[in-house]
Design a protein around this ligand. Structure first.
Ligand code: SF4
Length: 469
């Protein structure tokens, strides 16, 4: 199986317009998904401003991220005193249930031992739990920070030998670690578990907190998020489900995930699945859920599936053999590529800024053998390299459609290829957090959006125009 390679020697030496975000940003998103939690960045104020800006412009909600506010002096002599003061201030002003502390490049570079500082405070202040995750941005992406924070939270609230005395009786409770999905995805997953009459703890769940109602009065911490009491009971679940084909392969290579922690400490099986985008992946998810819960797949999902398959048939003539460039988080790209392949679109360029060693393998396992030779797979790629690669492709192989977040808009504009916005972040449209990707319903919405984007482009390019398809 041979793969074509992208241009090996870029015309520049540094990353330009990275196709990733910084590592602690992913961790702060996880902390937003825990009830009563305030994220605190140990480092410069500018880092928390950048992350707030990214999250606010995607979710269109207020997002507080505290900072230990490094100065030149702190950078030279260490930030321990600043961190303690920041924790005390946050605990006093917000009275949070938890403070989630993520490190920035600066505090990592000077080597502050954050865990030692927190240990000296018994990992608690005024009844507030302190949870730390190490997130040097120069070694990873926002997704690494996201998974690292989920694991750190599970680790903190499920210590060895502290199994909660709680018996789920007939109700088989499941832990779900969905990865970085949209608010609408999280809500849809909750609905699916409800339809299966199966209790679930989703970690993180920012779907309410980052899309709440208008306030009559100021709220220091918005409502919503996974309650800490539920996280403490994750150790009595019957199974943990983790989404992500790349994550699964990386875990096989030694990454310790939240599911691994619960498995090693409490023997809870961990089931890893691709993100359920498209028919095949959703079938896999629902069948697995049915097996674990012991409940049949509800009738409504059979109807949703056949409605989706019918839509695929109706729209096939518009999408068949179209070529797409997909970019974003590695697991998201793999799941989207699988979905595109099943509707007849060739994902000719699959790109990510992630640096896992398993991206290519995950795509090879996801895409049919008949397609893989037509696909350029490249991670650790920035938008400049992506654009150069797409522009250099022969005309009969060039992408006709680009699928990814708003960060690729400038590239799409220069290449004059329509962009379908999915994933995170979506800064130049409203409703980014309400895009549904998962389940049959999500695939149907994605399919309609893609077909309509292709039709719009055809109408725009047409000299005479037409109004009937
Ligand atoms: S300095 Fe590091 S942590 Fe701060 S915003 Fe930049 S990449 Fe992120």
């Amino acid at each position: 199986m041979s793969l074509r390679k992208h241009k090996e020697t870029p015309s520049y030496t540094a990353t330009q317009n990275a196709c990733k975000m910084c590592t602690p940003l992913g961790a702060t998103l996880v902390f937003q998904g825990i009830e009563g939690c305030v994220p605190l960045l140990h480092g410069s104020q500018g880092c928390s401003t950048y992350m707030r800006r990214y999250l606010i412009s995607h979710f269109k909600e207020p997002v507080d991220i505290a900072s230990s506010n490094f100065t030149e002096e702190t950078a030279v002599f260490g930030g321990g005193a600043n961190l303690k003061l920041a924790i005390e201030n946050v605990a006093r002003q917000y009275a949070p249930s938890m403070i989630g502390i993520a490190t920035t490049c600066l505090s990592e570079t000077i080597g502050d031992d954050v865990q030692l500082i927190l240990n000296s405070m018994d990992n608690t202040i005024q009844g507030t739990a302190l949870v730390h995750v190490s997130t040097p941005s120069y070694t990873g992406t926002h997704v690494d920070g996201f998974h690292g924070a989920v694991a750190a939270v599970v680790d903190r609230f499920n210590p060895v030998g502290k199994r909660i005395v709680y018996r789920p009786k007939k109700m088989k409770k499941i832990n779900l670690f969905p990865g970085m999905l949209s608010n609408e995805d999280l809500r849809h997953l909750k609905d699916i578990f409800e339809e299966f009459h199966t209790p679930v703890t989703i970690l993180p769940d920012y779907s309410e907190r980052l899309e709440g109602p208008s306030w009559q009065e100021y709220q220091a911490i918005q409502k919503g998020g996974t309650p800490i009491s539920a996280i403490e009971k994750m150790n009595v679940a019957v199974n943990s489900m983790e989404f992500g084909a790349v994550l699964a392969l990386t875990a096989e290579m030694g990454l310790e995930t939240a599911g691994d922690i619960l498995h090693k400490r409490f023997g809870i099986p961990c089931t890893r699945l691709p993100i359920p985008i498209g028919v095949k992946a959703t079938d896999h998810f629902l069948d697995t859920l049915s097996r674990i819960s012991g409940r049949p797949v509800p009738e409504r999902y059979r109807k949703e599936k056949w409605r989706l398959v019918d839509a695929y048939v109706d729209g096939n003539k518009y999408v068949s053999k179209k070529r797409a460039l997909i970019y974003g988080e590695e697991d998201f790209v793999v799941a989207m590529a699988g979905f595109l392949a099943e509707v007849g679109i060739i994902p000719v360029l699959c790109a990510s800024g992630g640096k896992s060693k398993t991206f290519k393998q995950a795509l090879e396992q996801t895409l049919p053998d008949t397609l893989i030779d037509q696909v350029i797979i490249q991670n650790d790629m920035d938008f400049t390299c992506m654009e150069e690669t797409a522009a250099a492709m022969p005309d009969d192989q060039k992408p006709e459609l680009i699928i990814g977040n708003s960060k690729g808009y400038a590239m799409a504009r220069r290449l004059n290829i329509p962009l379908v916005r999915v994933g995170f972040p979506i800064h130049d449209r409203v409703g980014g957090a309400r895009i549904l990707h998962v389940g049959y319903k999500g695939a149907l919405q994605l399919f309609d959006t893609i077909v309509n984007t292709i039709l719009t482009a055809k109408q725009t390019e047409s000299k005479i125009g037409y109004s009937y398809m």
